[in-house]
Design a protein around this ligand. Sequence first.
Ligand SMILES: Cc1ncc(COP(=O)(O)O)c(C=O)c1O
Length: 331
Amino acid sequence: MEEASRIKKYAADITSIREAQDRIKPFIHKTPVLSSETLSSISGRKLYFKCECFQKGGAFKFRGACNAIFSLADDQAVKGVVTHSSGNHAAALALAAKLRGIPAYIVIPRNAPKCKVENVLRYGGQVIWSEATMQSRESTASKILQETGGVLVHPYNDGRIISGQGTISLELLEQAPHLDTIIVPISGGGLISGVALAAKSINPAIRIFAAEPQGANDAAQSKAAARIITLPETNTIADGLRAFLGDLTWPVVRDLVDDVINVEDTEIIQAMKLCYEILKVAVEPSGAIGLAAVLSDSFRKNPVWNDCKHIGIILSGGNVDLGMLWDSFRK
Ligand SMILES: Cc1ncc(COP(=O)(O)O)c(C=O)c1O
């Protein structure tokens, strides 16, 4: 009861998430849930993989982007949408804008992975380059907003985005209703905020864990400090997990995320390999981190989590440069 009343004060809630589900249903894929006896026995739990790597655009980001774009009134939408992103949100926004028939102006830092830039171009997004720093990304995006009169769609610190991402839980808990735990990659926290708000509203006892690279462990540090911590620099193979929490995602992470599991890049690479070899699914580093977390010593050896028996893992994206994939497997 207390949980249910707290949930109302966040940027999204079960009502906005259900509305998002109706709004985006005609456009998104309902992604499958895979399981593997081998991976379940390696982990000692029953694992259920929600394959958002099969989502349109190759990542869950299309859910939030679609919800944001199709929420706009016609007079707002006509001038187009603007964002800054190094990857999956950029492509997702370009694709959703294309479906709505409006322009998408995407500010991309010069160090973005090639396959993600190609996705933006494939979907007709107009690319504007910035330097790799957040400051350069933001100032370039403000300039484009002024020039075009478009609407800013932030990659995670936005109620429409959080609501769209939350539709994953509605599907997942229909496909696997007996889950007692969900493990979710975390960066800016839009994905985990939506997933936690929806899942805990349906089943307040369900546990939500964030999976985060050790080299970008701002969420773990923020939880420990009870305030948002940002890092001077990040260092991880998971290119989608380098952003920091926002003022809309932090309260949800603070209150509804049960724990943060930090993993090393070597564990992420091993998890990608298992996804490829056993599930036969190509998953990018940021997408494979949930499997890395469930297999990590810190999770397995923590007696507190012994009763997590049926675990949903969100394979959040599959946009990986094949050259990088092969190179990392050889290490
Ligand atoms: C594949 C993938 N997984 C997870 C995330 C993290 O999402 P969020 O920033 O909403 O926490 C991202 C963000 O870009 C991503 O691209």
